[in-house]
Each structure stands twice: as structure tokens, then as C-alpha cells.
Design a protein around this ligand. Structure first.
Ligand SMILES: *[C@@H]1O[C@H](CO)[C@@H](O)[C@H](O)[C@H]1NC(C)=O
Ligand SMILES: *[C@@H]1O[C@H](CO)[C@@H](O)[C@H](O)[C@H]1NC(C)=O
Ligand SMILES: [Zn+2]
Length: 989
């Protein structure tokens, strides 16, 4: 059918013009194969130029994801993905040689749903013949600096699942494709390797790194992306594209471009074929000089191109024809329609060795004063909302599994996890959680997450009703961080259900806004729990504005079982003791059984931190500063600081205040020193009775801009630790990487921005250490940070900027809202722990995990009915401390997807960095496990069918594929940093 219409079109064309005779250049083969077998033949004795027609479709940026799909608001940016897919399919049918790749499943899925079954059939055929090929294939092309691995794996799984279910094996992408993200994380490479990709291509890297790689022909390399996984598990062949992701200069034939079309009628006076061919050969030959093989790739497309695909394809057909026609005159250049996987296959066939890389591609600079390190922190409120949404989604997923189908139905009506999954998936896009979108688009992402959470709340309520046998209404308080919860503010008696999504028991501090002065709290066994009432701080009253009216906060510790909940009941005591009061003096010390913290009584600042158990102690001062943002008005460069780029106008930050006014509250449950630095910066230094970490709860904003300068606020920890200008940051929340000031491990850096050029993404933690002390800071969202001075660690908390940084977003990052018209106020937490370096991971791994997957509190008013089940665990027993239950989610009617993760690196811990074995059959309390199959990390391929290209590093040997046999199907062993993915066939017990 497709071929018939093709020949018609061709005949028509050649009659009309009398110039072209089809097929153009290369052999036409109507194969019925996809993947590597469907690649066009190449010529071994020539330079083969792989033309890759593609479009880069942001899942939200200047417009929302829906506006981009429909082509709405073309006044903002001309872009309509539905028309792109319509047009490309038409054009592919016109010539079987043509190829197209598609990347973002969030868009493709929308389009697919709207097609007739005959169009769907046609598209399936194009996919089966390798003419339309999916690459990457996740829901979106995720950001790499500010995403957490858990959400990245989920969004990839969602996109790849749709492709597998719709197209089968021919829909499985072979290549990962991150052409636009602004720097590249090692953990992303590790994940892609474990998802079965044969190779990875990207467009952006530091300009100095690129030029050195070009000289050494090292733009194609083997990335060894884990220091713990046995090679080649995390080895990923990585290619750097020649021109970002754009076509070579002069060869953009989209309707949005102005390059001359190929005018090939010799009877007309502006015939330009000779010129086009000459220019193309020049570009191809010079590109070949900086790559190793006789194959090169050219990305023929760009942002939202191919809306009128005829323009591109008509000219590409001719380009191929006329360039290859020169072969009869001795030209050694062969051009072909291709895809990234076809190009990759040729690199693999070349059987060369490739330079080995073990660090990452951060930070990214595209010029001397243009470091893309601002977006590590941009939109801190959205970044936190995305992270907490992930926590809530995992809880929602788990509870859907643990209570079964009833959780989607009753007693509170229809609930689902799917809406939240999709909202989280689009939020991973490289202009979403990264903070580099327009304000209205950021609002759209937040609205989607809020809507997803609404759907999940119904599901969670249904599930908890089933598990607890109580259909009392559940109330959610999403604003506890600013002490707002209408129920607890007014109720005399209520209960709190604490659901813990971790596979081990947790102890967690709870803090509820109340108006009474004394309460009793009892646990699920009826035992009374130590609780204290403390006054609401001034900073909290100011940030919550008129959204709540509590004068006090009730504080107590809760314990919740693994993958389960515990219920606490709270009652107001009429004539109880008065609440704790705040004293206006700085204590010299606060202390619990793990930590001792001292303050300087003159300044009110922290002065030291000690670990009571190990008897180690460091000097520690901490304060807040801001960098004035460059407004782009100086001699070195006109680059201003903006949503993407961090460019302070001086390397010396301004101190907000040398001293803090303090207030102290000391009780048996919590001790806190409330520090007031300025009307826009305050902090609570908090030590809970049972915590191994010191909490710094910061509140920053609205950042004043009356001096007409943008501000970038940091907190800086200055310690006595001797760091030799080295600090460590995590990669997407997993493995740690060493960072050295003014240094890059694999290339020679000429440093031109002493602050911005030393900033790195911190997803979940950073630490500084020497031989005896390690100070780890766990963050509650992604932030940027650096270690500019010895013993010092700074973290950027908030930024407000008055100029656009000319990377396309065309808005200054100046966030306001209806509640904060004078500028956004942001609150967050840093958790500090001090340990001996060899055992530090035993503290910071579980600590970070508790921040990423935090307990979910739900409330019921009044008395619970007497047969309510007050405590529940979804597990038969807690998992070993090295094991993290990463995913538990319903897959289809009878099966669930389970991911177990070894959360320690191989060198990190004496106790925990050992292989651990878990029995899958003895895992769950509510589920019987009937069968198990293992999948790749993205769950779109059976593990035993996952065969990847093997690559040989320049140094060292080609790694041999080891297969680790599990002792039995049910007993699975996890080695350091390993994630294993299982599909379990289950039935409810
Ligand atoms: C690849 O190169 C190696 C070492 O040069 C050689 O031993 C091997 O036979 C080659 N493989 C193929 C398929 O050409
Ligand atoms: C891929 O999809 C097919 C068709 O729905 C299904 O039978 C198969 O199990 C899927 N593969 C994986 C690995 O999930
Ligand atoms: Zn993009």
C-alpha cells in the first residue's frame, strides 16, 4: 500500500520536472526488518555521511506541553508537534529510503491516540521497516543535573513501555539521545547502560573540552559510568554530535530556516547544485578530520522542525542524489539517510578502541563567562515540589499494590496513580525541573503535579481504608512545612496515620500546627508518647501569611514499620502545662545522644559540631551571603546571570548579616535555635532527640531587588576540615563524584569564572572530608554548590534575576506569586552529619533516603472506630540495611513491578558494601508471589534477552560479560550499586 502510493508520486514528480529520476542515489530496498538490519548499505572505501532527519520537541519550555502538541500560542513560538508527526508520516511514505527518528513519547503517545486505525497500521509498517525509528523513547528527554534517578527511571519506563506495547521489538530504541540537556551526568550514562542501550549521543559539552577532544579525535568514547558495577554493566559508548543537534551551516531546509533550497533545473538561471555539492563536500571532509572512522553523522533538524516535512525531505533527496552523483567523477563521499543506531552500528563494526572516561560532563560552559550552573538552583520551590511529588507518587504506587484493586475504587471513589505518573514524567524534562522554562510553563508543571496528587490522594485514602478497616475520612495537610493544617489547628481529638515508604522502619519527627497549649499523644499500642508544644516562630508566621492561624506547634517522634503505617492519636488536654517558651538568648550548646552543637554567644552563629559517639569535633561556622548577579554590563563579557547561567559580578559574596538575632526553644523532643538574619533570611538550627543529623531549616525571600541587581543567595559552611580544594557531590542521587577546584579530571581547564566555574549539581548530598572528619550535607532538593575555599562548602538556595540570559527563555528569572507578589519566599532543609570518613556512608545513605522518600501523614478527625487496624506493614520483615526498595508499582492486573537496589558503593562501607541476598517469595505480607521474571532497568526487555554491543577501551581489556547466577529463582543477590528489576506475578493473600 505504502509502496504503491510511493511509485505514483515518483512518476508524477519525474514527469513534471524531467530532472530527477528515482530512486535517488541509493538502492531502494523495501525490507521488512527494523533495527540494525534495516540500515542502508554504506561504502567501505568512502567517507559515509549519515544524515539523520530529526526534530527536537521540548516537553514544555516557552509553551506548555499541550500548547506545543497542538501548535497553540504560535505567537510565543511557532511549534506544533501534531503537525510534525502528520507531515513526517506523509513524507516517509513518499520514498522508502527516507528515515526519521522520534524521541519524546509524551508527544508521540498523544498523537497516536488520535490516529485512525489505518494510519496506525501505516505507522506500524514504517516502524517495522525501520523507516520511522524511536530513539531514547522515554516520556521526555530528562534533565541530567537536577533530576533524581528514581524519577528518571520511572519516566523512561513509562515511555519505553508504551513503545513496546504499541510496536513490539521494532519499537525498542537502541540508542539514548540527549541532544539538548545542559551537561551530562555520569549516573544517567550508568542508567542508560542498564536500560540496554547500545550507545548514547549528545550535543552539549564544555567548549574547551570539545576543542581538545576535536584535536585528539576523542569525540567518541567509552564512558565507564560506575565505580562499583562490574564492567561492562555501566559502560556506555558515547558520541558527541558535530554541531549540537543542528544541521551544518547553510543546510537547514525547514520552513523556519532561510537557507537556499536546492535549485536543480539547469534551464533556470539560479541553478545552484554545484555550489551546494561543493559546500557540502567541504563541510563533510572537514568534519571527518575530527572523528575517527570513515563514518560521520549530521543531525538534519532542530527544535520543532519538520512541521512541513516536504521542505526538508525534498531537499535531502536531492542532496543525496547530487552528492553521490559525484562518485562517478571520483568523489569519495557517500551520503545516505540514516539514524543514530545505523551510525552507531558502523562505529561498532569499525572495531576500534575508544578513550575511556570515568568522570562526568559538568559543569557545562559554552563560552568563557557562560557557565550553565545557575539552573542547578533555578526555581527552588518547583524543585522541591517535584521531589516531594516523587515521594508521594512512590507511596501512592506502593499502596495501590498493597491493598489491591479496591484502592482504585472505593470507598472514596475512583483514584489512580497514572495521572501523577504522567505529571512526574513530564516534570523530568530538561526545561521542567531544571527551572529553565517560562513562568506560565512552570505553573503548568506544578498544576499537573497538584492534579496528579489529587488523584493519588483518593487512591491512598481507599487503600488505607482497606488496610485499616476504617472508612473514616482522611485529611491531607500538604502545607505542614509552613505550619498550616486546618484540622490540627482546631481539632480537640484526631489521629495521624504515618505511612513509611521505606523498606525498613523509620523514626521521624512530626510537627503539627495547633492552638492548644497541651496535648497527649499515644501510639498504636496505646502507649503515651513524649510530646511538646512550642510556639510558632516569627519566620513561619510571616511565610504562611493568612493561610493558617496556629500559635503553637506540637512536636513528637513517630515510628513507622517498613512499607507500612502506624497510627498515633492526639488529644487536647484542657488544663495542661504551659507550652515551652522561646528564650531570647543564645545557648552555648544544644546536644542529643549523637551530636553536640555549639554557638558563638556574641554572633548567634554556629561555632562547632561534634559527634558524641566518635568524639570527633570540627569548627563550623555557617552564614548566608548573596552574589550580585552580573547584569551583562562589563568589559569581559556581556553575559548576564539568568535562569540557565550563573554569573556573579564579583567573586566575593556579600554577607547578609554578621550576627543573627536568636531565640531558643529547648524541650525533651527537640531543641532549636531560631536565627533571624534579616527580614528575608532566617533559619532554625534544630536537633531532634533521636536524630543523627543536625537540621538547618532555611527560609529565604523575598529577595530584595530595589538596588536593581539580581541576587543569588547561598549558605556557606566554613569548617576546620582540611579539604585540599576537593569536595564531593552525588550524581542524580546515587554515586559520589570527586570535584577539585579549577580542575577537570580529563582535560586541561583554563578557568575564567572562579565561582560559577566551580559549581556542580548537588541532587541529594555533598560532603567535604579529610583523613579524620567528614561533614555531609543532605539536601531536600537539587541545588548548585561549590567549595571555593579550603574547608568550605557553599550551597545556592535561591536566585532572583532581573535580566534574561539569552539562551532562549526570554524572561528574567524573577518569581512572584499571588501570595508573594513581592517575590517568592522559599523554605527548605539541609541535614548535616559528622562522621569518620570510612563509616560516613552508613549515616548519609539512610539519611538521604529518608528525605527522598519521606513518610506521608494523613489525618482523621475525632475517635477512630474500635476495630481500626492501627498498625500495618506490607513486608514480612525489614530489608537488610544495604537494600533499598526503589519501585513497587502495579504493572497489569496480575503483576507488579519491583526494583531492589543495593544503595552503597563498593568502597563506601565495611558493613554495607557487601553483596546481599533477598528472598522474593518471603517479601510481602499482603501478596503471594507466584512467579518472577527479571527485566532490564527500564522494564522493556527481559534480562536474558538484553544483549548490547561490546566496546573496547583504549586502555585495558575488553570487559568480559559475567553472568551472576542466583542460587535459586527466589533468592536474588544484589552487589554494590546494583538495581535489579523484577516482574512479579502476584495474588492478594
Ligand atoms: C577486531 O579487532 C581485533 C583486534 O585487532 C581482532 O582480533 C578481531 O578479529 C577484530 N574483529 C572483527 C570482527 O573484525
Ligand atoms: C512487550 O510488549 C508485548 C506485547 O504487549 C508483551 O507481550 C511483552 O511482554 C512486552 N515485553 C516486556 C519486556 O515487557
Ligand atoms: Zn530542549
Amino acid at each position: 500500500m505504502a509502496a504503491g502510493s510511493l511509485h505514483l508520486a515518483v512518476t508524477f514528480l519525474s514527469v513534471l520536472t524531467g530532472v530527477l529520476s528515482f530512486p535517488l542515489g541509493q538502492e531502494t530496498k523495501c525490507s521488512d526488518t527494523c533495527g540494525y538490519e534495516s540500515c542502508h548499505a554504506t561504502k567501505p572505501n568512502m567517507l559515509n555521511v549519515h544524515l539523520v532527519p530529526h526534530t527536537h520537541d521540548d516537553v514544555g519550555w516557552l509553551k506548555t506541553v499541550d500548547q506545543y502538541y497542538y501548535g497553540d500560542r504560535n505567537d510565543i513560538q511557532h511549534a506544533g508537534v501534531q503537525y510534525i508527526l502528520d507531515s513526517v508520516v506523509d513524507q516517509l511514505l513518499k520514498n522508502p529510503d527516507r528515515r526519521f527518528i522520534y524521541v519524546e513519547t509524551a508527544f508521540f503517545y498523544r498523537w497516536w491516540k488520535q490516529q485512525s486505525s489505518s494510519t496506525q497500521q501505516t505507522v506500524k509498517q514504517l516502524v517495522n521497516e525501520g523507516r520511522l525509528e524511536f530513539v531514547n523513547g522515554g516520556w521526555c528527554m530528562s534533565d541530567e543535573a537536577t533530576t533524581h534517578y528514581s524519577a528518571v527511571i520511572d519516566q523512561m519506563t513509562m515511555g519505553l513501555r508504551f513503545l513496546n506495547e504499541t510496536f513490539g521489538p521494532c519499537g525498542r530504541p537502541r540508542v539514548a539521545w540527549h541532544i539538548d540537556p545542559f551537561g551530562h551526568a555520569r549516573e544517567h550514562a550508568s542508567m542508560f547502560a542498564q536500560m540496554g542501550y547500545d550507545g548514547f549521543f549528545f550535543g552539549r559539552l564544555d567548549y574547551q573540552d570539545r576543542s581538545q577532544r576535536m584535536m585528539k579525535k576523542e569525540q567518541e568514547l567509552l564512558w565507564r559510568a560506575s565505580d562499583s558495577l562490574t564492567p561492562p554493566m555501566a559502560d556506555l559508548f558515547t558520541g558527541i554530535l558535530p554541531n549540537g543537534y543542528n544541521p551544518p551551516e547553510g543546510f537547514c531546509w525547514d520552513q523556519s530556516c532561510d537557507d537556499p533550497p536546492i535549485r536543480d533545473d539547469p534551464d533556470l538561471e539560479d541553478y545552484n547544485v554545484d555550489d551546494v555539492v561543493r559546500r557540502f563536500l567541504t563541510i563533510a571532509n572537514s568534519q571527518a578530520l575530527v572523528y575517527k572512522t570513515n563514518h560521520i553523522i549530521m543531525t538534519m533538524g532542530s527544535d520543532f522542525q519538520y512541521e512541513n516535512a516536504n521542505l526538508w525531505y525534498k531537499n535531502l533527496d536531492k542532496l543525496i542524489h547530487y552528492v553521490n552523483a559525484q562518485q562517478s567523477n571520483g568523489s569519495k563521499v557517500n551520503v545516505l539517510y540514516s539514524t543514530p543506531s545505523c551510525y552507531l552500528q558502523e562505529l561498532h563494526r569499525a572495531n576500534l578502541t575508544w578513550p575511556l572516561k570515568t568522570d562526568d560532563f559538568f559543569p557545562y560552559a559554552d563560552n568563557a563567562h557562560d557557565f550553565w550552573t545557575g539552573y542547578f538552583t533555578s526555581r527552588p520551590a518547583l524543585k522541591r515540589y517535584e521531589r516531594i511529588s516523587n515521594s508521594n507518587l512512590q507511596t501512592c504506587n506502593q499502596l495501590e499494590v498493597l491493598a489491591g484493586p479496591v484502592s482504585r475504587e472505593r470507598p472514596f471513589g475512583k483514584g489512580d496513580s497514572q495521572t501523577m505518573k504522567k505529571a512526574m514524567a513530564v516534570a523530568q524534562h530538561h526545561d521542567a525541573v531544571s527551572g529553565t522554562e517560562k513562568q506560565h510553563v512552570a505553573n503548568d508543571y506544578a498544576r499537573r503535579l497538584a492534579n496528579g496528587w489529587q488523584h493519588c490522594q483518593v487512591l491512598v485514602s481507599n487503600s488505607l481504608a482497606a488496610l485499616s478497616s476504617s472508612s473514616a475520612e482522611r485529611i491531607y495537610c500538604d502545607n505542614l512545612n509552613i505550619s498550616v493544617c486546618p484540622l490540627t489547628e482546631s481539632s480537640k481529638k484526631f489521629s495521624v496515620n504515618v505511612y513509611n515508604p521505606l523498606a525498613r522502619p523509620v523514626t521521624w519527627p512530626v510537627r503539627l500546627p495547633v492552638n492548644g497549649t497541651a496535648y497527649t499523644v499515644s501510639d498504636a499500642k496505646g502507649k503515651s508518647v513524649d510530646c511538646q508544644v512550642v510556639p510558632v516562630s516569627r519566620a513561619t508566621r510571616e511565610v504562611r501569611r493568612n493561610r493558617g492561624f496556629a500559635v503553637n506547634e506540637l512536636v513528637f517522634q513517630v515510628q513507622a514499620p517498613p512499607l507500612g503505617y502506624s497510627t498515633y492519636s492526639v488529644s487536647l488536654v484542657q488544663d495542661g502545662p504551659p507550652p515551652a517558651s522561646a528564650h531570647h538568648r543564645t545557648p552555648t550548646v544544644i546536644q542529643n545522644k549523637f551530636l553536640r552543637v555549639t554557638f558563638d554567644p556574641d554572633t548567634g552563629l554556629l561555632s562547632s559540631l561534634s559527634n558524641v559517639e566518635t568524639k570527633q569535633s570540627i569548627k563550623l561556622t555557617q552564614n548566608f551571603y548573596w552574589y550580585n548577579a552580573s547584569d551583562g554590563n562589563n568589559t569581559e563579557s556581556i553575559q548576564p546571570s539568568g535562569a540557565y547561567i550563573f554569573r556573579p559580578n564579583s567573586s566575593t559574596p556579600f554577607i547578609i548579616s554578621r550576627t543573627a538575632k536568636t531565640e531558643t526553644v529547648q524541650t525533651s523532643v527537640v531543641q532549636e535555635v531560631r536565627q533571624w538574619f534579616s527580614p528575608w533570611v532566617s533559619q532554625v538550627v534544630r536537633l531532634h532527640a533521636d536524630s543523627r543529623a543536625l537540621e538547618l531549616e532555611w527560609t529565604v525571600g523575598p529577595l530584595p531587588i530595589d538596588d536593581d541587581l539580581g541576587k543569588e543567595v547561598i549558605t556557606r559552611l566554613d569548617t576546620s576540615i582540611k579539604t585540599s580544594e576537593i569536595f564531593y557531590t552525588d550524581s542524580n542521587g546515587r554515586e559520589m563524584l570527586e570535584r577539585k577546584k579549577d580542575f577537570r579530571p580529563t582535560w586541561h581547564l583554563k578557568q575564567s569564572e572562579p565561582i560559577a566555574g566551580n559549581y556542580y549539581p548537588i541532587n541529594s548530598r555533598a560532603y567535604i572530608k579529610d583523613d579524620v572528619d567528614q561533614l555531609t550535607v543532605v539536601t531536600d532538593r537539587s541545588q548548585g554548590g561549590g567549595s571555593i575555599h579550603n574547608g568550605s562548602l557553599e550551597i545556592m538556595l535561591h536566585r532572583r534575576l532581573l535580566y534574561d540570559d539569552v539562551r532562549g527563555v526570554a524572561e528574567p528569572l524573577n518569581e512572584t506569586s499571588s501570595i508573594f507578589p513581592e517575590g517568592l519566599v522559599v523554605r527548605g532543609r539541609l541535614l548535616l552529619s559528622l562522621d569518620r570518613p570510612p563509616v560516613a556512608a552508613d549515616t548519609h545513605r539512610p539519611l538521604a533516603q529518608e528525605v527522598v522518600l519521606q513518610p506521608l501523614l494523613t489525618f482523621t478527625n475525632g475517635d477512630l472506630s474500635p476495630n481500626t487496624r492501627l498498625e500495618f506493614s506490607g513486608l514480612q520483615a525489614a530489608l537488610p540495611s544495604a537494600v533499598h526498595l526503589l519501585t513497587l508499582t502495579q504493572w497489569d492486573k496480575d503483576s507488579v513491578l519491583l526494583r531492589l537496589e543495593h544503595q552503597f558503593q563498593s568502597w563506601e562501607s565495611k558493613v554495607n558494601s557487601k553483596p546481599v541476598t533477598v528472598n522474593l517469595q518471603k517479601l510481602f505480607s499482603t501478596l503471594q508471589v507466584l512467579g518472577v521474571s527479571e527485566l532490564n532497568l527500564s522494564a522493556n526487555q527481559w534480562k536474558d534477552e538484553m544483549i548490547r554491543f561490546d566496546w573496547t577501551p583504549q586502555t585495558g581489556k575488553k570487559p568480559l560479560l559475567k553472568t551472576f547466577e542466583d542460587p535459586s529463582v527466589w533468592e536474588v543477590t544484589l552487589r554494590p550499586m546494583e538495581i535489579r528489576t523484577f516482574l512479579l506475578r502476584v495474588s492478594l493473600r
